[in-house]
Design a binder for this molecule. Structure first.
Ligand code: NDP
Ligand code: 8X3
Length: 251
């Protein structure tokens, strides 16, 4: 019996790699994001035997989240796997110089957006008495680094929500996994530094950062464990990264 995965933030980076990995492993894919062109193009990259559909919404907009998920034809509603991946950092400033619009974006997208999407999907899984939710946290969910303040707070919240989900949902046969990557080369830093390509590129120079496919491998491994196994919490760093603030770069 084929399974269906809904992946938020599938237009780029980790979410897109998860869509490709799960499609290649036979999952039908519901991809979501705001950039519709990319969601259309993704169909061409997925294996031909996989059924694919997409939903365009901003996770901050609860009404849009509800309407999009309600619009799914019945064939798509039996969602087995939810990957809560949509998110970004916005800015990287000392807390007293932080831009409140950036703070709003990170709390609204990374925390409230994840909750809005989950609120729609959890009842489906509870009805079926099965499901798997993977929340993409970060090493920033486990540690706080200089100028990471509110981004780290948003990801600590994701970690707490992940633990809370597991406590409340395990009795319904719903597995919950937190995946916490270190530095992964995606559009993440371009967004964080508001389009400053040089600054974004510098983050990943002088060492081999994680690739989105490395994280997708881990997500794929977690969701394909037998039903009696749950991977609860996976932290993964680049080989030359010792913690959130220590990377050994080539001289
Ligand atoms: P990218 O910028 O490459 O991808 C972010 C994705 O999130 C895009 O698909 C984007 O889609 C989506 N997204 C962002 N804001 C919204 C929104 N308001 N509504 C809907 N979708 C949104 O970054 P990554 O792939 O690196 O990030 C994915 C996740 O991984 C994030 O939660 C991030 O915090 C986390 N992470 C990243 C790490 C890294 O080093 N890169 C390390 C640890 C965790 P669109 O713009 O089309 O809406
Ligand atoms: C993204 C990785 O180190 O910038 O969550 O927080 S980091």
């Amino acid at each position: 019996m084929k399974k269906t995965a809904l992946i938020t933030g599938a237009t780029s980076g980790i979410g897109k790699a998860c869509a490709v990995a799960l499609a290649n492993s036979g999952y039908d894919i519901i991809a979501t994001g705001r950039r519709e062109e990319r969601l259309k193009e993704l169909k061409n990259e997925l294996s031909p035997q996989t059924d694919y559909t997409y939903l365009v919404f901003d996770v901050r907009d609860k009404a849009a989240v509800d309407a999009a998920i309600d619009s799914l034809p019945k064939r798509w509603t039996a969602i087995d796997v939810l990957i809560n991946n949509a998110g970004n950092a916005h800015g990287m400033d000392p807390i007293h110089e932080g831009d409140t619009a950036d703070w709003d974006a990170m709390m609204d997208i990374n925390v409230k957006g994840l909750l809005y999407v989950s609120k729609k999907i959890m009842p489906i899984m509870i009805d079926k008495k099965s499901g798997h939710i993977v929340n993409i946290g970060s090493i920033a969910a486990k540690e706080v680094y200089p100028n990471g303040n509110v981004y780290c707070a948003s990801k600590h919240a994701v970690d707490a929500i992940t633990k809370g989900m597991r406590l409340d949902l395990t009795k319904y046969n719903i597995r919950v996994t937190g995946v916490h990557p270190g530095l992964v080369e995606t559009e993440f830093s371009l967004v964080r530094f508001k389009g400053d390509e040089e600054r974004a590129k510098h983050v990943y120079e002088g060492f081999a950062p994680l690739k989105p496919e490395d994280i997708a491998d881990i997500v794929h491994f977690a969701v394909t464990r037998p039903a009696h196994v749950v991977m609860t919490d996976i932290t993964v760093l680049a080989g030359k990264q010792a913690n959130s603030n220590t990377v050994y770069k080539d001289q």
